[in-house]
Every structure is written in C-alpha cells, then in structure tokens.
Design a protein around this ligand. Structure first.
Ligand code: ATP
Ligand code: MG
Length: 633
C-alpha cells in the first residue's frame, strides 16, 4: 500500500471536513453550504448543510458552456438495432421536455415518480427530469414480477409512473406496461398517471382511459418548453432504490442530493481515473445502484459520454462489448463477475478481435470475483482489473483499487483497500474487537458514513438504525453483513455474507472459501456452496456446480468421477474439513435478476424447506434444477 494513498485516506478521516469541503468544489452549488457535516443525531449524517444544488444541473446544464456539442449519452440496442448519440445540448432538450410533461401532470418537489423501464434513452431522461424538478425517483428493475412492483408502489406512493410498452431481451419482447397494469391491481395505492414510452414492440398493449398517457403525444406539446432546475437543499432526497433482495426482503435505500453528487464526482477522479470528454461504459442496468451511480449520474457529472446498452453480452456475438469499446473509445469499463463468467465460456478470440487501446481499466463489482475469473479476464484483455466492493447502501465503492490516487499492485481475490472517507474495521462478531491480520471479521464502518451513502431507509428511520447499526452490542457501528480479512500488506478479502457461514463440527468456513477451491478445478465454470444440516457434524457444505463443457458429465460414471476430482481439489486446497458432502452438477445456478446466486433458496431446498420469496429470481429453471439434483432425479 503506497504512502500517497495512506496519506490521502488518513486525511479523509482525520481532517474530514477540510477533505470533503475540497471535494465539494468538484460540483456546482447554487448556494454554498455552511457546514460540511451535521452529525448531532448519530448515525444520521447530513452533508453540506445549507448548500443548494441539483443533480440534473450538475449532470447536464453545467456542461453546456463547454460541451454542448459533445456526446453525453450513447444509446445502443442490439435488440432493436438502434444506435443513437445525444449531445449534451440534445440531452438538455430531452430532459426539459420530459420535465415539462411531468410538471404538466402535477409532479413537483418531493413527489415520487416510479420508473419501470427497459434500457432506453428515455429511462435516463426520466431520471434526470425527475431530479431536475426536485421530485424523487424510484427506479424498479425492469422485469421484476408484478408483486414486487406493487410493494414498491405502496412504499413510494408515486404520483406518476413511467414505463414503456416493452423491453427486449435475447430477441424477445418482454412486456412492461402489462406488468404495470397487473401491479396496479395488486397495489393498495394506485398511481395517478401512467406515462408510456411506446416503442411499438407490444402490439397487444391496452390502455386505461384517463390513467394511461402516451409520452410521444405529450412530448410533442413541449418541444421548446424551458424548465429551470429546482434548487434543493443538499440533504433533499434524490431517490429511493431497493437492495437486490439476495438475503431477504429488499430495503428501500434513500439517497440525498449534495453528498451524492460530491461522492460521485470525487470517485470519477480518484477511483476511476476518468476524464471529462471520455466515454464510460457500465454494463449494468438503471434498475441497480451501479446503473444509478455509473450509467447515469457519475459519468454525466464528470462531463463524459455514457453508454446505455440494451442487450446481452452475447448478441450478435460474444464480441459486442469490445466492439462498443472500440467504436466509442471507451476508457473506463464497469461490469460484474457474473457477466465475465458468461464470457469465459465463449471463444477468447472475441476479446482480441477489436482495438481496445482506449481502455484504461475495468472495475468488477457485485459479488465475489473468484481468482480464476479475475486471472482469465486480466490476461485476455491485458488491462488492469479492479475488484470493487460496495453495496446499494453505500452508493459508491467501499473497498477498491484507487488508481486515481496512486498506482498500486492488485492481488487476485482482493478488492484492495478502503476508499477514502470510509473508516473500515474488521470486527469480531461478538466482542466487536478488531481482529488480527488474516483473521476473519465482519466488515464494518465507523460512522458517520461518508457522502453518497444512504441517508436512511425510506420512511423508516427506526429500521435504518435497527438494521445497520445494532450488530455490535451497544456500539453504533455500521455493518455490511459481509465477512472479510486483511493481510499484512493491508489488502482486504471478502469471504462472503455473515449468514453464509458454514459450521462444520465447530469449524467456521465461509462459503466463498470452498467456492474458490472448487472453481480452481479447471472443469468448473461456476459454483455455489451452501451449508446443509447434518446430524453428525452440525452442518456440511453442499456444492452446486456448472461445468464448462457438458461432455465432462455426459454419463453418470463421468459425473461421479468429476465429483471425486472436485472433492480432491477441495481436500488439497482447504483440507478435508471443507470437503462438500455432495457436488451436484446442474446446467444453471438460480440467480437474482442482478446476477447474484440465491444461496438462501438453494440452502432451503437442500434442507427440504420452502425456498421462500422467489420474486427476485431471474429464471425459475435454476431452482428446479437444484431441486431435481437434491431429489436425485
Ligand atoms: P440484500 O441486501 O437485499 O440481501 P444484496 O446485498 O445482494 O441484497 P446489493 O447491495 O446489490 O444487494 O449487493 C451488495 C452485496 O454484494 C455486498 O454486501 C456483498 O455481499 C456483495 N458484493 C458486492 N461486491 C462484492 C465484491 N467485490 N466481492 C464480494 N462480494 C461483493
Ligand atoms: Mg445487502
């Protein structure tokens, strides 16, 4: 760990106000803030108190002076074949049209707008238009089941919902508006109006008179309407966003305005080393926190062009992302381990087909980045790869490489160091004492949380404190609910979630450790390990693995032989204590729509229990495969 980074990080904690006051200069303030931090009601932190600003102004308007004709939003759909670049001037015009339409529907400061849209440019206009007029958006990932959408409608009570007739995935239309209809039937609080961007993909779409409105028609009435930004106090909520629901009921994260703008602006410089005028490509979706921070707000606040991509990484072929990098001279890329594992199953020649000289580095976040995947992508691209650890709650990286602060070596399997502003500790789960190097502890943050992190749980201050700040006895400390270690050099390693620990005859093993060992077998593409109740040992690990080549498990004999090999691999890397009771080979793991393995449901099925809430599931067949494997079918 370099001295420059150390000094930078130390200053962010020890001279906090001066540090963040400097970072705050990276954004525009309509009225300067009086106090950097108000922290008289821990753990509630208010950043840049008294300052007035606006997210949309910082993302759009303030660039008009220097970059009106530069690209701001690059929309690419490999599903419909559309490809269109909006300059900052054009983005400004479109956002004002959308804002004017929202105002005409009675939306004003503090009102909620629920956005349920596919990855189209209008989804970004909708987000920017909402914050422009001081309203609060709640973007719900497109494709969530009607019941999940209904819960979020009831939570936010939106004045307007914005949707599209349909999205497209893998060449098939996915109805959106139809789901909105269904969710409004289920919800207790019907939205007043539903604004529809009609792409002409769902010919069967029906409209409810008086409630449903066609966006194109209303837009045409506001082509030249000017909508000045509504200045809001720094802690005015900008949006509500739910966590992924991997461990249970999603939590509605509330974000502020000023702190978030500053955090994102600072991260573009210190974390991503991304410069104005360049192109940023995050392969996520606007329905997730990565989409909010690094498809929409971060790159635009930084005066960059951002790529909004509708499509899969495999169509028309597995080279599409790298073609985008080449065509638009992408300098910084942000993706997820799950996507890289998908590419890993394809011909690596696709990665060498395009000119990737513009690309500086790639950040991967959302779940553990196993060593084999990290190594594969680092070698295939020949670019630095940064494992990047954060949460919906934090809004930006918590543990990460910081090439913008100081170049440093990365270690496979490690998201490197705490980002500035985070006073990270590894704490013993019971005593709350700091653990020694290489000892397992809960990844925790001493409050106040830095700018950009959640202000509270939407409408439930008590739940915010209860959920996140009561894990360590009477001490007010933020828990991430993840296990981690730190080595002698200061590198952190994430071992998995605190509820993903297996207790084998008194030995506590992280599921991640066993998964790493199994992934080290070269036949394995992907694996999930869960703990199942065992009469003798308390718990035993059970593995569900996807093989790279189905020929390896073509017959029961081959499959049994591979299972033995995998167990031997675990024995050699972890010792027999980590050896799974069974290694089941299945074609696909059950994942949430954000690509996270649903271990809680796998575990329930493996123990013969009910798998619980499956609404966040991407594709039900993964769960059926687990069930069939466990039942021995
Ligand atoms: P929920 O909180 O609703 O159960 P979730 O935790 O999956 O869902 P997110 O906020 O999307 O919701 O995910 C954050 C979590 O993802 C982290 O707490 C951690 O468990 C995992 N994660 C993110 N990045 C990494 C990483 N680089 N390495 C390991 N784990 C990661
Ligand atoms: Mg979580």
């Amino acid at each position: 760990m370099g001295t420059k980074y150390q000094a930078f990080h130390r200053r962010s904690i020890e001279d906090r106000d001066a540090f963040w006051s400097e970072q705050a200069q990276l954004v525009d303030w309509h009225k300067p803030f009086g106090q950097v931090l108000e922290y008289n009601k821990p753990p509630f932190a208010k950043w840049f108190v008294g300052g007035e600003t606006n997210l949309c102004h910082n993302a759009v308007d303030r660039h008009l002076k220097d970059r009106a004709q530069q690209p701001a939003l690059i929309y690419i759909s490999t599903e419909t074949g559309e490809e269109k670049t909006y300059t900052y001037a054009e983005l400004h015009a479109e956002v004002q049209r959308m804002a004017a339409v929202l105002q005409s529907l009675g939306v004003g400061k503090g009102d909620r707008v629920l956005i349920y849209m596919p990855m189209i440019a209008e989804a970004v206009f909708a987000m920017l238009a909402t914050v422009r007029i001081g309203a609060i958006h709640s973007v719900v990932f497109g494709g969530f089941a009607a019941s999940s959408l209904a819960t979020r409608i009831d939570d936010a009570q939106p004045k307007v919902m914005i949707t599209a007739d349909a999205g497209m995935r893998g060449g098939k239309a996915v109805p959106y508006k139809h789901l909105v209809d269904e969710s409004l039937r289920l919800a207790q609080t019907p939205a007043a109006k539903v604004l529809i961007v009609n792409r002409g993909l769902d010919k069967a779409m029906s409209l409810v008179a008086g409630r449903d409105l066609d966006y194109a028609t209303l837009r045409a009435q506001h082509m030249d309407t000017q909508v000045p930004v509504t200045w809001v106090e720094s802690s005015h909520p900008s949006y509500i966003l739910y966590t992924s629901g991997t461990t249970g009921k999603p939590k509605g994260v509330q974000r502020d305005t000023g702190g978030y703008a500053v955090a994102l602006a600072a991260s573009m410089r210190h974390v991503y080393q991304a410069n104005p005028g360049e192109t940023y490509f995050a392969t996520s979706d606007i329905g997730w926190v990565v989409g909010h921070s690094y498809i929409v707000y971060g790159p635009l606040i930084n005066g960059m062009a951002t790529v909004v991509y509708e499509g899969t990484p495999l169509r028309p072929d597995a080279g599409i992302w790298w073609k985008i990098v080449q065509d638009y001279k992408v300098t910084v890329m942000f993706s997820a381990p799950t996507a890289i594992r998908v590419l890993k199953k394809q011909d690596p020649a696709f990665l060498r087909k395009y000119d990737l000289s513009s690309l500086r580095h790639v950040f991967l976040a959302g779940e553990p980045l196993d060593e084999t995947t990290a190594q594969w992508i680092a070698e295939a691209l020949d670019k630095p790869i940064y494992d990047h650890y954060w949460q919906t709650e934090t809004g930006w990286a918590l543990l990460t490489g910081l090439p913008g602060v100081e170049a440093h070596a990365t270690k496979f399997g490690s998201p490197s160091f705490p980002a500035y502003g985070y006073d990270v500790r590894l704490l013993h789960e019971e005593t709350a004492a700091e653990v020694a190097p290489n000892e397992k502890g809960v990844v925790a943050v001493m409050p106040p949380l830095p700018p950009g992190c959640m202000s509270t749980v939407w409408g439930q201050d008590e739940r915010f404190v209860q959920t996140y700040f009561t894990s360590f006895r009477d001490k007010l400390i933020y828990t991430t609910f993840d296990w981690g270690t730190r080595d002698e050099d200061g590198y952190y390693f994430i071992l998995g979630r605190t509820d993903d620990v297996i207790n084998v005859a008194g030995h506590r093993l992280g599921t991640r450790e066993i998964e790493e060992a199994i992934s080290a077998h070269d036949a394995i593409a992907e694996v999930a390990v869960v703990g199942v109740a065992d009469q003798l040992k308390g718990q035993m690990p059970m593995a569900f693995a996807v093989v790279k080549d189905a020929a390896r498990i073509a017959t029961p004999e081959l499959s049994a032989a591979l299972e033995k090999e995998v167990m031997a691999k675990v024995d050699s890397l972890l010792g027999a204590i980590g050896r799974p009771k069974r290694v089941h080979f299945i074609a696909q793991l059950p994942k949430t729509r954000s690509g996270k393995v649903l271990r809680r449901s796998i575990q329930a099925i493996a123990e013969g229990r009910d798998p619980g809430d499956l609404t966040t599931l991407d594709d039900p067949s993964g769960i059926q495969m687990v069930k069939a494997a466990v039942d021995g079918k």
